[in-house]
Design a protein around this ligand. Structure first.
Ligand code: CUA
Length: 356
């Protein structure tokens, strides 16, 4: 068989292998639903990479395996192979072509990234705070309304201004494709435009301690009528005077300022801190070997000085130590705006007593 026939066969095998591998990659690395305007150029980029990876793998493996099979030594052939001292044109080729391809991918990626981070017309700014272990979303354009869920209007571009008070976190919604770290001591930004109504999840994508895996929040992408109703809902401050301590306690438990729920389950599930189910009156073994009966005093001191008494099996230094400050702010704020005195810790204890 002459050389050009070998080349032709190898070329056909490379094309077939590339297509098969591309189909294989697209199936096993299938991306989730695309729900933002940014997803399209990013998904095309993934696609181009899959083609390139499939082609390079085929190029190397097909030539190698073809040579190993077709040019195999005959059983009685004891001759040396030809002595080859390099082929200059080949070496220039396999240096220059990959260099151009790598540079091309670099330019392509830069152009796409540049386009994705550019400001959009009419974007709404939302402040995001990620902390151990929960998310808090503040809407400066909606009278600073606060929510533990990220509500978005479909088709409306978003600018997130993100901060973290403690350690690195990372905002990631896989359906939007974009991701950005939250860095203590600075503000980071993320832009995207949600395009598909639905419910998604923010996941923290940066290991940030015991509760990292639980650091999630719901994202709601709504049409504009639903969005307006949702904003109105988060703006309406509850009438605390007409709520029972148990109801207020449930409110504090889910409040994104405190995020009690990320570490303390109401139903016995194991999270970063002891469950609140049946907590009142429970006998807890402490890490120092002593035991304590859980009463109001113990709960108050555990909230205000979380590291003083650690329940056996849990880690010290996990619960933030600024709850005294946060609670004082809440109580002052309610006194200022509604003229009533609430006691957040008493409310929480009343709520705990309902979790039998
Ligand atoms: Cu926050 Cu992981």
């Amino acid at each position: 068989m002459n050389n050009s026939r070998h080349f032709a066969i190898v070329a056909v095998l490379i094309v077939i292998t590339t297509v098969v591998l591309y189909i294989f990659f697209s199936a096993i690395f299938a991306l989730p639903q695309a729900a933002s305007a940014e997803a399209a150029p990013i998904d095309i980029m993934f696609d181009v990479h899959y083609w390139m990876i499939a082609f390079l793998f085929a190029l190397i493996m097909v030539i190698m395996l073809y040579s190993a099979v077709v040019f195999r030594r005959e059983p009685d052939d004891d001759e040396d192979g030809p002595h080859i001292h390099g082929v200059t044109s080949l070496e220039i080729g396999w240096t220059v072509i990959p260099t151009i391809i790598v540079l091309g991918f670099g330019v392509y990626g830069t152009v796409v990234l540049n386009d994705i981070v550019a400001p959009n017309q009419g974007e709404v700014t939302i402040k995001v705070e990620g902390k151990q272990w929960g998310w808090r979303f503040e809407y400066p354009e909606e009278e600073d309304a606060v929510s533990g869920q990220l509500g978005l209007e479909v088709g409306r571009p978003v600018l997130l201004e993100m901060t973290a008070p403690d350690v690195l976190h990372s905002f990631w919604v896989s359906e939007f494709r974009v991701k950005q770290d939250l860095v203590p001591g600075r503000t980071t930004y993320l832009r995207f435009t949600p395009t598909e109504p639905g419910t998604y999840k923010v996941r923290c994508a940066e290991i940030c301690g015991t509760g990292h895996a639980d650091m999630r929040a719901t994202v709601l992408v709504m049409d504009s009528a639903d969005y307006d109703a949702w904003v109105e809902d988060i703006q309406s401050v509850p009438d605390y005077a007409n709520m029972t301590p148990e109801e207020r306690g449930a409110e504090w438990y889910n409040d994104p300022t405190y995020n009690c729920f990320t570490c303390h389950s109401p139903d016995g599930a194991a999270l970063a801190g002891p469950t609140w189910q049946g907590i009142i009156g429970r006998e807890e073994a402490l890490a120092d070997g002593s035991t304590v009966i859980v009463d109001a005093d113990y709960i108050e001191s555990s909230i205000l000085e979380p590291n003083a008494q650690i329940v056996d099996g849990f880690q010290p230094g996990v619960m933030p130590e600024n709850f005294a400050e946060l609670i004082a702010e809440t109580e002052q704020n309610i006194l200022d705006t509604q003229g009533i005195e609430v006691d957040v810790i008493d409310d929480l204890i009343a709520f705990m007593a309902t979790l039998e």
